[in-house]
Design a protein around this ligand. Structure first.
Ligand SMILES: NC(=O)c1ccc[n+]([C@@H]2O[C@H](COP(=O)([O-])OP(=O)(O)OC[C@H]3O[C@@H](n4cnc5c(N)ncnc54)[C@H](OP(=O)(O)O)[C@@H]3O)[C@@H](O)[C@H]2O)c1
Length: 294
C-alpha cells in the first residue's frame, strides 16, 4: 500500500455506512406509515450552482429513501419570503426536516429566520433552542459539518479524553459547535480554538494531536504546522486555479495536502473527506426528525 493511501481517511466509506444505517431507519419509518420528507429553502438564483445544489440534495435523499423538495423563494424582500416559507413548512405535518441554503443573502438577519424554524425540524441546529442545548452539553440537532468531524474522529480516534485537539476557526457552523461537542463530559478532549486574532497560529497547530482546519483559507495549513503523527481533519472546500489540471481548476482544502501528508498519521482528503460525511449525517438527522427521536 503506498504511504499516501494508507494515511488517507476515506470519508466516502464513512458516509456510506451512515447512509446504509439511515436507509434501514427510513424503511422502519415507512413500515410505520411515516414518509420522511426534507425541504430545502433557498432564495432563487439564476446561475447553474442553484441547479446543482437542487440535484445534489435530491440524489443524496434518494439514496436513503427520503423525499426531497426545494422551496425556492423570490429574491425580492428575501427575509420576509424566507420567514414565510419557514413558518409554513414548520406548520406542515408532511414536512419533517427543514434546511436553509447558506449563506443567506446579504441583509437577511439570520436570527429572524432561524428562530422561526420548528426546533424539531431544525436538522442543522440553527434555532436558538438547539444552539442553547449544545452549549449546555445536551446536543440535539447540531450543525452537520461539526457532527461530521465527530463521526470521523469516532472512527479514527475513538478515545478523545485528554487528547489535545486544536480547532482552527470559530464559526457558528463549524468551529464553535465542534469545540462544544469535543468539550462535552464523556468526550473530554482538551480543546484550543483559534481564529483570525490568534497570535502565532502555527505554534498552536503544532501542539495538536488532532488538528481540525476550518478557516476558509485555501491551503493555509502547511506541513511544518503539523505535529508529526497528528490526525488532520480538513473541513475547507475551495476551488483553486491550477493551470496543470484539465479544467484549469482543482479542489483544495484549508490544508496543503502534499506537505501535510508526510507529517500526519491520518488525514482527510478534499474532496472525499468531510464532505460526504456531512451529507450522510444530514440525512440521518432528517430520518431522526421524522421519527420524532432527535
Ligand atoms: N465540508 C463541508 O461539508 C463544509 C461545510 C461548511 C463549510 N465548509 C468549508 O469549511 C471552511 C470553513 O467554513 P466556515 O463556514 O467555518 O468559515 P467562516 O465562517 O469563514 O469562518 C472561518 C473561521 O476561521 C477564522 N479565520 C479566517 N482566516 C483566518 C486566519 N488567517 N487565521 C486564523 N483564523 C482565521 C475566522 O476567524 P474570525 O472568527 O476571527 O473571523 C473564522 O472563525 C470553508 O472553507 C468552507 O467552505 C465545508
Amino acid at each position: 500500500v503506498p504511504e499516501g493511501d494508507a494515511k488517507r481517511i476515506d470519508g466516502k466509506a464513512i458516509g456510506r455506512r451512515i447512509e446504509e444505517e439511515t436507509a434501514a431507519e427510513v424503511a422502519r419509518l415507512r413500515a410505520r406509515g411515516i414518509s420522511p420528507r426534507l425541504v430545502s429553502v433557498a432564495v432563487r438564483e439564476e446561475d447553474a450552482s442553484f441547479a446543482s445544489y437542487v440535484r445534489a440534495r435530491e440524489q443524496a435523499c434518494g439514496r436513503v429513501g427520503i423525499r426531497s423538495d426545494v422551496e425556492s423563494v423570490p429574491p425580492e424582500n428575501p427575509e420576509r419570503s424566507l420567514v414565510e416559507a419557514v413558518e409554513r413548512l414548520s406548520a406542515d405535518p408532511t414536512v419533517h426536516a427543514i434546511l436553509l441554503k447558506m449563506p443567506l443573502p446579504p441583509g437577511v438577519r439570520e436570527e429572524e429566520v432561524f428562530s422561526r424554524i420548528d426546533p424539531r425540524k431544525d436538522v442543522e441546529g440553527h434555532h436558538p433552542l438547539n444552539a442553547g442545548l449544545l452549549a449546555l452539553g445536551r446536543p440535539r440537532f447540531v450543525p452537520c459539518t461539526a457532527l461530521a468531524v465527530i463521526e470521523i474522529l469516532s472512527v479514527e480516534a475513538p478515545v478523545l479524553a485528554g487528547k489535545d485537539v486544536v480547532v482552527l476557526g470559530r464559526s457558528r457552523v463549524v468551529g464553535a459547535p465542534l469545540a462544544s461537542l469535543l468539550l462535552r463530559k464523556g468526550t473530554d478532549a482538551t480543546v484550543t480554538v483559534c481564529h483570525s486574532r490568534t497570535s502565532d497560529l502555527p505554534a498552536h497547530a503544532r501542539r495538536a494531536e488532532i488538528l481540525v482546519a476550518a478557516v476558509g483559507r485555501a491551503e493555509l495549513v502547511r506541513g511544518d504546522w503539523i505535529r508529526p503523527g497528528a490526525i488532520v481533519i480538513d473541513v475547507g472546500t475551495h476551488s483553486v486555479e491550477d493551470p496543470g489540471s484539465p479544467k484549469g481548476r482543482r479542489f483544495a482544502g484549508d490544508v496543503h495536502y502534499p506537505t501535510a501528508l508526510p507529517v500526519a498519521s491520518r488525514i482527510t482528503p478534499v474532496p472525499g473527506g468531510v464532505g460526504p460525511v456531512t451529507t450522510a449525517v444530514l440525512l440521518r438527522a432528517a430520518a431522526r426528525a421524522a421519527g420524532g427521536q432527535a
